[in-house]
Design a protein around this ligand. Structure first.
Ligand code: SF4
Ligand code: SF4
Length: 481
């Protein structure tokens, strides 16, 4: 009898634990204003709590010692063991992901010209200037569409036009973030010299100690993740295209970076603001994250300079490199179907910034968190994108790399239409859910197991719907559409 009692006890604990997870999921769904998920989470909690109560009753009345009771016990144990084996066991690694961006290279890669970035074209180049003539002689195919965008006021068109004019506070909040990055766009700020107090004195650190100090300092400044990559020159822009301080002599010049390492960091986009995408609160989150990334990288570059090494901050008002490949090589995540970095903790709901340096560091290894396999079956971002800019097929070869290629032209046109940076793809992605206990468990499972990916993707559609709608904003960022 003692052995049976021990088995019954552990099964009961298992049922109570599942009911507790259901309750925690119910609470987090209510907090996240997820009505549909709250209903299903409530049903799940009630089911598991009811099962635990019935089980406890069966134990008390002696039913579980009868033939039928033992049968139920065996079924429960077999079911739980099967679920653990099928849903928790690590599936074979994606060797391509473990090579980082090198794993994606299938042909000749040409460095990307920053002048071709849609912002550089629309924000930097002014009609009637020599740069305008030079650029559109080189790329005549963009002239007409860029002119149409400029007529609407630039890539974001009329800021916040999707919401009512009384939502101006949200636009005011968005624009308030711009000054920080702008003020940090001067060369002496993004590539600082050592403080005079330390001039000429280089601190000698082992690569491991330097890495530990750099990572600790970066996280202490507010980054959510930090990783180190050996800087692959393929991901550096070839020519300068963004001009912020009337430094026109730099426009079209080759970007030369001799640093060997990139320190790449993420900041988390606010869940409750991204939840409103494409409405105005989401762009407050984007811009405040860019400001945060600019502040962190500028301080980090100055920290390294004060130790006697060269460092350059890469943030929204100064990029030498394309950051998603650097982040993949730094082990922060994988590239998703929507073209953004997908992290294990927040999915694509992050912004990136980086510092390149000649300080010798220990590079991190790229990771396999199951994103490629998940994105192949998911397609939620592609199905929900209002401008059909995200491909729904398999990855294709783009500039020598095999990946999903977002149509930046149609995406930015939609930004111009709504007057925000949209972020619908980020909002609907199953990896973007709030970082609460139940979602952490799910992300841990889908990172390691193929079957879990299929099961939880199916459940995501049931709990949140195949095309989830925007949610209301917190009161301070409310909007009316
Ligand atoms: S930001 Fe919006 S328009 Fe652009 S790809 Fe994402 S969902 Fe589509
Ligand atoms: S929505 Fe789905 S397909 Fe798109 S990035 Fe997220 S997981 Fe991948």
């Amino acid at each position: 009898m003692k052995v049976v009692d021990t088995i019954i006890f552990f099964v009961l604990i298992g049922l109570i634990a599942q009911a507790a997870i259901g309750l925690s999921y119910l609470i987090s769904s209510i907090r996240e204003l997820e009505k549909r998920a709250s209903v299903f989470a409530g049903l799940q909690f009630a089911g598991m709590a009811g099962a635990a109560l019935l089980f406890a009753y069966g134990w008390k009345t002696g039913f579980l010692y009868s033939g039928s009771g033992i049968g139920i016990l065996i079924c429960l144990i077999a079911g739980a063991s099967l679920a653990v084996i099928l849903l928790v066991k690590r599936t074979p690694a994606n060797l391509k992901a473990l090579q980082g961006m090198r794993g994606a290279v299938v042909g000749e890669v040409t460095r990307f010209d920053e002048r071709d970035v849609v912002f550089a074209r629309n924000r930097t180049i002014r009609p009637g200037t020599p740069q305008y003539r030079t650029y559109y002689q080189m790329r005549p195919e963009y002239e007409k569409s860029d002119a149409a965008r400029r007529d609407k006021g630039g890539p974001l068109g009329q800021p916040g036009v999707i919401d009512q004019p009384e939502d101006r506070p949200n636009i005011a909040a968005t624009l308030s973030c711009q000054g920080i990055a702008m003020n940090l766009s001067a060369p002496e700020t993004y590539q600082p010299a050592a403080n005079p107090e330390f001039k000429g004195h280089q601190v000698k650190l082992s690569p491991q100690e330097a890495t530990d100090r750099i990572k600790g300092y970066t996280l202490n400044l507010g980054a959510k993740h930090v990783g180190i990559a050996e800087l692959n020159p393929l991901w550096l822009y070839s020519k300068r295209g963004e001009i912020f301080r009337e430094n026109w002599e730099d426009w079209g010049q080759e970007i030369k970076v001799t640093h060997q390492y990139a320190i790449v960091l993420t900041t988390e986009m606010a869940f409750e603001l991204v939840g409103t995408a494409p409405h105005t609160p989401t762009v407050i989150s984007s811009m405040s994250n860019y400001a945060q990334g600019a502040a962190i990288t500028t301080q980090l570059a100055a920290y390294i300079a004060n130790m006697g090494y060269s460092a350059s901050a890469n943030h929204v008002r100064h990029y030498d490199a394309v950051l998603v490949p650097l982040a993949v090589d730094a082990g922060l995540g994988e590239t998703g179907r929507l073209g953004y970095l997908m992290t294990k903790d927040f999915g694509p709901r992050v912004r990136l910034a980086a510092v390149t340096t000649d300080l010798e560091l220990v590079a991190d290894s790229p990771v396999d968190i199951g994103v490629e396999d998940f994105c192949k079956i998911c397609k939620k971002c592609a199905n929900c994108c209002p401008s059909n800019s995200i491909p729904s097929g398999d990855p294709t070869e783009v500039n020598g790399t095999l990946r999903w290629k977002l149509n930046a032209e149609t995406c930015f046109d939609y930004w111009g239409k709504v007057g925000t940076d949209c972020n619908v793809c980020m909002r609907v992605c199953p990896w973007s859910h709030a970082s609460t206990f139940p979602h952490k468990i799910i992300r841990a499972l889908i990172s390691r197991n193929r079957l879990s990916r299929r099961l939880f993707l199916y459940m995501d559609d049931i709990f949140y719907g195949p095309k989830p709608k925007p949610k209301p904003a917190p009161p301070w960022a409310r909007f009316s559409s």
